[in-house]
Ligand binder design. Sequence first.
Ligand code: PRP
Ligand code: URA
Length: 212
Amino acid sequence: MANNSSVTVVDHPLVRHKLSIMRNKETSTTNFRRLLREIALLLGYEVTRDLPIATQRIETPLEAMDAPFIDGKKLVVVPILRAGLGLADGILDLVPGARVGHIGLYRDPETKAAVEYYFKMPEALGERLVLVCDPMLATANSAIAAVDLLKGAGARWIKMLSVLAAPEGVKAFVEAHPDVPLTVAAIDRELNDHAYIMPGLGDAGDRLFGTK
Ligand code: PRP
Ligand code: URA
């Protein structure tokens, strides 16, 4: 795991292997969806590492003990629509009791600015860990806008989770939100002229949902 305070690259062999299959243009929608969910589990394991723990008294079949449990209000998984849904599914496998908020954003094809069309969050956002999920961090306009909206709605403990990032997007995100840790599976070479990540995996939403 490569780490520079606010950016973590989870370069575990299982993550790298699964991501390589996702990148392949021959990989089917069914397999793309399954692999994204599996990578989410592995990334989710890392980003939930510092959840608070408190002990409760329980009885094992042999004796009483103070057993550790996750403490505090349930965390919130926030997929950025659409592709974030695939990542969020894996996090929910790991933390089935999590709340789910949704942020609808799409990239304007000309300007690449993030355009908002939906925002719905659970109550008490300020008391929960908020895990923002989007498999692609290209210009980072979408991720930056999502975190802006969440901070505006009262979120105070936010983490950003992506699968593939461009160096340009990582730089922009860290500059805009230095207080929000970013976890990714890989940072690719660059953005192309259409702000697609190179070599990348193409359009994550289309590959996940079989559109286009
Ligand atoms: C994709 C992707 C991210 C965004 C990343 O969404 O899922 O949300 O682009 O690009 P950025 O870092 O330059 O903002 P898209 O706008 O294609 O919408 P979709 O998921 O609904 O297809
Ligand atoms: N969105 C995607 O789905 N893929 C990219 O490479 C860039 C933005």
